[in-house]
Design a protein around this ligand. Sequence first.
Ligand code: AMP
Length: 183
Amino acid sequence: MATGAGAGVGAADMAVAIGLGSNLADPVHQVRHALGDLGDLPDTCLIRHSALYQSSPVGPQDQPDFINAVALLDTRLAPPSLLDLLQSLEQAAGRVRRRHWGERTLDLDILLWHDQCIDLPRLQVPHPQMCRRAFVLRPLLDLIPAATLPDGTRLQDHWMAVTDQPLRRLSCLKEDQLAQRTH
Ligand code: AMP
């Protein structure tokens, strides 16, 4: 079921926000490639995407850093259909998932769906963890500085609570160096 509060400043501009993450099998390539794939989804346009960020793992610490980004989509797909397609992309990337909050080849999450709340057995939007994660909030705020949640709270305020989490924005040069090192 989807419901919209409709009151948030900037909410109408939020489109559909997707979080991307990878820390296996050339993560820079995985994220870049997935951004291209998002633009090729049916009935969907990639509006824009953030820079790539490098973040420390949230779960077990004996795993590589993650590469993350956020993309904004304009789509005519229904939310469950988009989730199906995102999960197909994860599988196509040879998704490996060894343990909870562990390493993964590609993770694609639906973060926001305009100003709507979605509460289905297999899909909750806003993504339940997003406000606790610097690697989600920073790139999303880069794209939409005035972003709000459907409950009207400002993502900027959630960001202020997580600025201690290690996060590094990658320059294009650094992306290339990281990609070469993992080849
Ligand atoms: P994870 O691998 O930790 O991202 O979790 C994947 C599971 O989360 C899948 O079974 C999805 O059905 C479920 N899920 C619930 N809400 C979302 C969401 N907003 N985006 C992506 N997956 C979701």
